[in-house]
Design a protein around this ligand. Structure first.
Ligand SMILES: Nc1ncnc2c1ncn2[C@@H]1O[C@H](COP(=O)(O)OS(=O)(=O)O)[C@@H](OP(=O)(O)O)[C@H]1O
Length: 355
């Protein structure tokens, strides 16, 4: 039996514990980043062996009850001092208890976290597409979707109402995510799971509403960050912005340097040009009941989501990255959502600083 505190040592011959975490949210391009690290930069990172989703052990969210032996055992023993174990469960960011458990059980000071962010609207729509492509055989997903006639636009509308109400009741930024993430059962707000609301457009009442909320709460990056910052120091994080990465992979991936060099390893950014590997590109044209939104329709839905759900969170991201990392190049996701969109003063300021 492996003891819970075994990860506090780094001795060769003892258990190698994962120390590099590749976090999302999901659908932010984490598979492409993983491939860039291992294929383009030829970084030898140790993955767990013998557990179902190798790259994503999902221990600190879904499989915690399988125990530490299951998780740590899968990484084997340390062969050298600079060996690095990686856990690329992007989804840890969607669970408030994940950083609590990581801090409690791992060698917290040693850890580094790569966190990727993407326009939360595009991300949510990508997850919706993913569910149509891969998740509709789960009965609870089908039932949750059925109430909305399987439509992303309807889900957005009702999820925005519920989540915005929760955020209003939640208090200061660090409190928002634990109170309002998709499986939250806070005093401030009853759980989404038991949130039964009548959908006017379909004449049905919601079931498994937490499944719907998940699409949208996973994009509240600003609040996710202020939650993780309760457990780890800013120096332990390296941020990637999906849109920047697509536009200029090399200069965006350069932000990973401190998180890699921390382990005595190098990524050579000077000599090679890097193309971001294409991974998990989804096509759902023939998915049954799939609401394929035109660019224009997604902009209409997205403008409301940004205005009513993401605005403060997005601002928090930009402010955190500017103040803590001196970064002013975080994409203004809201700006793509149509003319007439009123930027608040502080966002306008960010825009000027970023220009
Ligand atoms: N090279 C490159 N350039 C641009 N976009 C890319 C690239 N590689 C992956 N992707 C897009 O990333 C989305 C998948 O993200 P993830 O790998 O994090 O998905 S998952 O959470 O692991 O399922 C998925 O987004 P959507 O296409 O919007 O669904 C991928 O298309």
């Amino acid at each position: 039996e492996i003891a819970e505190n075994v990860c506090r040592e780094q001795a060769v011959g003892r258990e190698l514990c994962p120390e590099l975490f590749l976090l999302g949210a999901q659908k932010c391009g984490s598979t492409a980043v993983f491939r860039a690290l291992t294929e383009n930069f030829k970084l030898d990172l140790t993955l767990p062996v013998g557990i179902p989703l190798v790259k994503e052990p999902q221990f600190f969210n879904y499989f915690y009850d399988r125990g530490w032996s299951w998780y740590i055992g899968a990484y084997g023993l340390r062969k050298s001092t600079d060996q690095v174990g990686i856990d690329a469960s992007a989804d840890y960011t969607a669970f408030a208890q994940a950083p609590v458990r990581i801090q409690a059980g791992m060698n917290a000071e040693r850890l580094r976290f790569i966190m990727i962010m993407r326009d939360p609207v595009q991300r949510a729509y990508s997850w919706y597409t993913h569910v149509h492509a891969f998740g509709m055989f789960y009965e609870n997903y089908r039932e949750a979707y059925l109430c909305f006639d399987y439509k992303f636009s309807l889900m957005s509308k009702y999820a925005t109402e519920a989540i915005a109400k929760c955020m209003l009741a939640a208090g200061s930024p660090p409190e928002v995510f634990p109170a309002c993430y998709h499986t939250a059962r806070s005093q401030a707000y009853p759980s989404y799971h038991d949130h039964h609301v009548y959908i006017e457009e379909t004449g049905m009442t919601t079931a498994y509403f937490d499944i719907i909320a998940y699409h949208f709460t996973s994009g509240l990056y600003g609040y996710i960050l202020s939650h993780w910052f309760k457990f780890f120091r800013p120096e332990q994080f390296c941020f990637l912005v999906y849109e920047n990465m697509v536009e200029n992979p090399l200069s965006e991936l350069a932000y990973l340097k401190p998180c890699i060099e921390h382990f005595g390893r190098q990524i050579n950014l000077e000599t090679r040009s890097v193309e971001l590997p294409k991974a998990n590109v989804q096509v759902c044209k023939n998915c049954a009941y799939y609401e394929q939104l035109s660019e224009e329709s997604l902009k209409t839905v997205g403008a409301t989501l940004h205005r009513e759900l993401y605005l403060d969170s997005n601002e928090l991201v930009r402010r955190s990255l500017r103040e803590l990392y001196n970064r002013t190049d975080v994409k203004l996701w809201e700006i793509d959502y149509g003319s007439g969109y009123q930027l608040p003063g502080s966002v306008g300021e960010d825009l000027r600083l970023g220009a």
